[in-house]
Design a protein around this ligand. Sequence first.
Ligand code: 13P
Length: 242
Amino acid sequence: MKSLVLNHKMNFNYDEVNEYIKNINDVKSNKINLVICPSFIYLSFFKYNNYYLGSQNVGMMEKGALTGEISALQLKKIGVRYCIVGHSERRMLLNETNEMINKKINHLLDNNIIPILCVGETLEEKKASLTFDIIKEEIDRAFSNISNIDNIIIAYEPIWAIGTGMVPTNNDIFITIKEIKDYINGKYSTKLKVLYGGSVNSENINVLEDINNVDGYLVGGASLDFKQVKSMITAMEAKYDS
Ligand code: 13P
């Protein structure tokens, strides 16, 4: 089953999120795996009877004196099943390193939360044909000394495609996802799901649905608009049925 992961990022005020919840609680799909990742402060507002709850981040440590951080155990106890890690916004703007990401993945897996590891290249790296080298390093360093990687999901998010309206061609997405899957299969002897993220919306999802190795999408901007969310679900369900 494909996943649609909605990353709200740092959006929605109290009234807006309550309005969104009213709408989303009516959505039901037994054909896609819907995951909603709101801001930390709203996680417990969501009822998640027809979707899963995801976090946008997790603290690096298990517990203790770490003001402002939130642990994997705390997330698990309020029903969080997925957690985005290593998003490029955190890597670039908040100096999150591969070592920090590795620690976060460890804690998440210890608490049975599925990490959604974001990987992807900048435009300069793409132009220099470094896409796969970058991704390989991100994967290897994130997976270092982790025994149960079977429970990780990868999200391929080219940094230049995030929030820009620019989307790689279907063929480029297919090739990169194939490279990721082949690499993980060869080196780690396991098959992981790979999502695509970067300017996915209700207009382009029909075209993206033609790529036959994508296991779903990680959506930012369009995830804030409930009408777009509904259309994206409809488009994915139509493909599932065909
Ligand atoms: P956009 O869908 O706004 O491009 O964001 C993608 C993203 O970063 C999801 O994590």
